[in-house]
Design a binder for this molecule. Structure first.
Ligand code: ADP
Ligand code: AMP
Length: 249
């Protein structure tokens, strides 16, 4: 497949696959964040960015930016997939994520969240907290990987994940949230027809990824039905537990 350019500074992409990942998990901690559309991934990632200085990258946002970038040879292709709520070909998505991570690392940023919605701002971490110390080294990948080949490709080519944060939410709750969001989001896929397709895609292609990592003991499941504040409390508790486990190892 021909190389694509990143939306920011348009470097040419390296051709995958590789023998070793681009980034070592001893330098870089990767968290995959998954959940159905409307489960609240973007909302909670924004909280983590605001409070703990994660770098948040959205596979969906990177794809939308590439789709809108003048001259992109993949713009039309991406547009079609997004409109149908389908998974964009893995090479495109993984390459965009790696590019964005590399850019951030070159700028000295070592913390990432990757999800469907980019947070509005990214303040510095609070000083002194134990939690801060561990989150400081964290990179998180959210709304990704949406299917198994993305997971294995990302782990082999870019960086093995530390764990997967999974927002568990029933479809009827997600549907209502997305229809509400659609009133103001301006997103072409926040309508009933696209939402239903996105639910089906999630169940058929993304849930197996959660199952796979669950078998490896690498899933942190969060009940996403509560209020945003309550969900965030659960996220922080779960992160604290995971990072404490990491200290103990
Ligand atoms: P995702 O990134 O998983 O698609 P979002 O974070 O964009 O989901 O949330 C979808 C919509 O639901 C947004 O309008 C958001 O404000 C709202 N929302 C997010 N979390 C909650 C929650 N816990 N309770 C109620 N509404 C929520
Ligand atoms: P999101 O913004 O996460 O809701 O994603 C919107 C759309 O972008 C999806 O319905 C897919 O078409 C595409 N997309 C987002 N993330 C991925 C991904 N990891 N792999 C492939 N396509 C994606």
């Amino acid at each position: 497949m021909p190389a694509i350019e990143s939306p920011e500074d348009h470097p040419r992409l390296p051709p995958p696959p590789r023998d070793v990942p681009a980034f070592s998990p001893s330098d870089v901690s990767v968290i995959f964040v998954l959940g159905g559309p409307g489960a609240g991934k973007g909302t909670q990632c924004a909280n983590l960015v605001r409070d703990y200085g994660f770098r948040h990258l959205s596979a969906g946002d990177l794809l939308r930016a590439e789709q809108a970038r003048p001259g992109s040879e993949f713009g039309e292709l991406i547009k079609g997939y997004i409109k149908d709520g389908k998974i964009v070909p893995m090479e495109v998505t993984v390459a965009l994520l790696e590019n964005a991570m590399r850019d951030a690392i070159e700028k000295g940023n070592t913390k990432f969240l990757i999800d469907g919605t980019k947070p509005p701002h990214r303040p510095e971490l609070p000083r002194g907290a134990l939690f801060f110390f561990f989150v400081f080294r964290l990179k998180s990948v959210a709304g990704f990987p949406r299917q198994m080949d993305q997971a294995t490709r990302f782990e082999s080519d870019v960086c093995p994940s530390m764990f997967t944060l999974f927002f568990d939410c029933p479809e009827e709750v997600m549907l209502q949230r997305l229809l509400d969001r659609g009133k103001t989001s301006g997103r072409a896929d926040d309508n009933l027809e696209s939402i239903k397709k996105r639910f089906r895609t999630f169940v058929e292609t993304s849930l197996p990824v959660v199952d796979y990592f669950e078998k490896e003991g690498k899933v942190v499941k969060i009940d996403a039905t509560h209020s945003p504040d309550e969900v965030y409390r659960a996220v922080k508790d779960a992160f604290r537990d995971r990072f404490q486990q990491r200290i103990a190892q």
